[in-house]
Ligand binder design. Structure first.
Ligand code: ADP
Length: 626
């Protein structure tokens, strides 16, 4: 693989790796955050219930107070008396004062049907409500209209915030006045002393009236429009407090009314062990028996931290898995490469074996062909050998044919002599000359012997020899050849001169064929010298190391240029038709070559032709022919 492609693959791999790790971390974070938020939500709901219940219980504690005042005869009496005496008022004031002290409330007072304060627990204080007209207060109107009223407000006289619980006081004639009980916030807040998360209570206007964080009090959850502010001024509900917004930023809405919000960092970050700024889960529910809502803020930081930790863990896990997968992949690739290599090796091996098989088949086919060729050649050689043998035999018979005239003459002569001698012998016997007859008969016997020798020699020459080499005495071969030609030599008046060393020369060849060659050479010499004044036939032989050299020289005209170049070619002859076939030298050369020898013809420096026979000498312990 080229380096650029490898780099690209690595980059893709790293990107995939990063995407997987990042994706897993993100998923884990989301999942963990959702789980954490769900848990936080459950805890928040639980807290919400707890805080609401305790607050409700606290309020309920005071709920019957104003109603029970209607049972007080003194109260009703004072309210129904058109012009009560100061003593009467004081008595009731004292009563209310004691009651207020005992209940631990801020103040308890009664209003007549016109909203004027007829008696109050705070009658001794200079800023007492006594005699004041509070008909503008909504809680008065609520009680007059519905029989009871609930109202959060800040006191107009002392500017003290409190929860007003009112109840219409009635007798048989109807409503005679309104009893008012003002509970201080401290009382209600007491129930929150153990809260573990910031909580607040907002009234129907969204103004925070109770909060575990002091700074939040009298802030608003939603911005107030001008009309609302004007209405507040009229009722002096919040006694002209600034009512700045708390600054809660809503981030997301979750199910079951929960919201993700951010609280601004206004004052200290921590209030009584819990953080009050940052991201929170806000849960709100209405407070039963009041138009208020209670909100609990659960800090998300821990959940986020846990989620981040889990995300990191998941990321590490994913990275680990990725590395494992990479290692596994690497291992698998390694195994695959090894398998591929093994397969390639096996393939190469199979291919090699196939080739070897092919070659073996080729070889065996070639071998078979070769064997066939060898057999064919052997057959051809055998045929050739047979043909050669036949040719040699034919050549021999041709020589015999040439000799036949001489042989006939050779036989005719003794036959004539036999006839004369036998006739004479008979005459001498008749005359009684036994001695002469005996000598004639002796002469007859000699002639028969000679004829027998000649026919024996002819028979031996004519026989088909095997051509198998053996140790052949050169002298014997030369003598036999000359014996066959004796008649021709005599007629031509040629005396053959034999020059051989004293030691017996033994050549390694077939005796019959050697004689055939010698007869051929000698006959050619006689042919060549025919009619020439000086005729001589020299046959000599010498040993040259492991060779034996036999020379046949004549005194003929020698070999002209054409004869020398075509001498051993079959059918080359200069003799007239019927005298020669031109096969003699060709057959002779073939015979000599068969024995590992050589036949050459040349002109002698002193004239005439000389033919040289070069033959192998017989081995050291030859089975010599006798
Ligand atoms: P043929 O004797 O039937 O012609 P050979 O093969 O024996 O066939 O001789 C071929 C020829 O070689 C002869 O015709 C002759 O011309 C020549 N030749 C052979 N021997 C001699 C020789 N001794 N002197 C001159 N010529 C010769």
């Amino acid at each position: 693989m080229p380096p650029s492609q490898r780099l690209f693959r690595l980059a893709i791999l790293l990107l995939g790796f990063a995407a997987l790790v990042g994706g897993t971390s993100l998923l884990a974070f989301r999942f963990s955050l959702a789980m954490g938020l769900a848990e936080l939500q459950a805890t928040g709901r639980h807290r919400l219930d707890l805080y609401a219940t305790s607050l409700e219980r606290e309020i309920d504690k005071y709920a019957y107070f104003p109603t029970t005042l209607g049972l007080e005869k003194d109260v009703l009496h004072l309210l129904t008396t058109p012009k009560p005496t100061p003593a009467q008022i004081e008595q009731l004031n004292l009563y209310l004062e004691q009651l207020n002290e005992r209940a631990g409330t801020l103040s308890i007072y009664v209003l007549n049907v016109n909203g004027r304060v007829m008696a109050t627990s705070n009658w001794r204080r200079p800023d007492s409500y006594l005699g004041e007209d509070l008909s503008f207060r909504p809680y008065f109107r609520q009680a007059m209209d519905t029989g009871s009223g609930r109202f959060f407000g800040i006191g107009t006289t002392r500017g003290e915030p409190g929860y007003y619980l009112t109840s219409a006081l009635t007798n048989a004639q109807g409503t005679v006045g309104v009893a008012v009980l003002k509970v201080g916030l401290q009382q209600l807040e007491k129930t929150w002393s153990t809260v573990e998360a910031p909580a607040l209570v907002a009234d129907e206007n969204g103004v925070v009236i109770l909060a575990s964080v002091p700074d939040w009090k009298f802030t608003t959850l939603k911005p107030l429009d001008d009309a609302t502010r004007r209405a507040f001024d009229q009722t002096q509900q919040y006694n002209r407090r600034a009512l700045n917004p708390l600054g809660v930023v809503e981030l997301a809405e979750l199910d079951h009314g929960a919201r993700l919000v951010r609280l601004p960092k206004a004052g200290p970050e921590m209030v009584s062990m819990f953080p009050v700024a940052g991201k929170f889960l806000a849960q709100t529910q209405p407070l039963p028996g009041t138009p208020w809502t209670i909100t609990v803020f659960s800090h998300q930081e821990q959940v986020r931290e846990i989620a981040a930790n889990r995300a990191a863990l998941a990321g590490i896990g994913a990275a680990f898995l990725c590395i494992l997968a990479l290692m596994f992949n690497e291992r698998r690739r390694h195994v695959r490469d090894r398998l591929a290599a093994r397969e390639a090796l096996q393939k190469a091996h199979d291919e090699l074996e196939r080739k070897v098989e092919e070659r073996t088949a080729d070889l065996s086919a070639a071998n078979t062909r070769l064997q066939e060729e060898v057999a064919e050649r052997t057959r051809a050689e055998r045929t050739l050998r047979a043909a050669q043998d036949e040719l040699v035999q034919a050549g021999k018979l041709a020589v015999l044919g040439q000799l036949s005239a001489g042989v006939a003459h050779e036989l005719n002569q003794p036959l004539a002599a036999l006839r004369t001698l036998s006739g004479n012998a008979r005459k001498f016997l008749a005359r009684g000359d036994q001695e002469t007859a005996g000598s004639n008969l002796e002469r007859i016997g000699e002639l028969v012997d000679r004829m027998g020798r000649l026919t024996g020699q002819l028979k031996s020459f004519a026989r088909k020899s095997t051509g198998k080499p053996q140790a052949v005495p050169i002298r014997r071969a030369v003598e036999n050849a000359l014996f066959l030609l004796e008649q021709r030599l005599q007629r031509a008046g040629v005396v053959a001169c034999i020059d051989l060393p004293e030691e017996e020369l033994l050549a390694w060849c077939d005796p019959n064929r050697l004689e055939q060659v010698l007869v051929n050479l000698a006959a050619n010499s006689l042919d060549a010298m025919a009619g020439r004044p000086q005729q001589a036939l020299d046959i000599s032989a010498r040993r040259q190391g492991e060779r034996i050299e036999v020379k046949v020289r004549d005194q003929g005209p020698g070999l002209d240029e054409e004869a020398r170049s075509h001498l051993f070619e079959p059918f080359f002859t200069t003799k007239e038709a019927g005298s020669g076939l031109g096969l003699g030298l060709a057959i002779s050369a073939g015979i000599v070559a068969d024995f590992g020898g050589n036949l050459t013809g040349d002109n002698h420096p002193d004239g005439g032709a000389v033919f040289t026979l070069d033959l192998p000498a017989a081995p050291a312990a030859p089975g010599a022919l006798s």
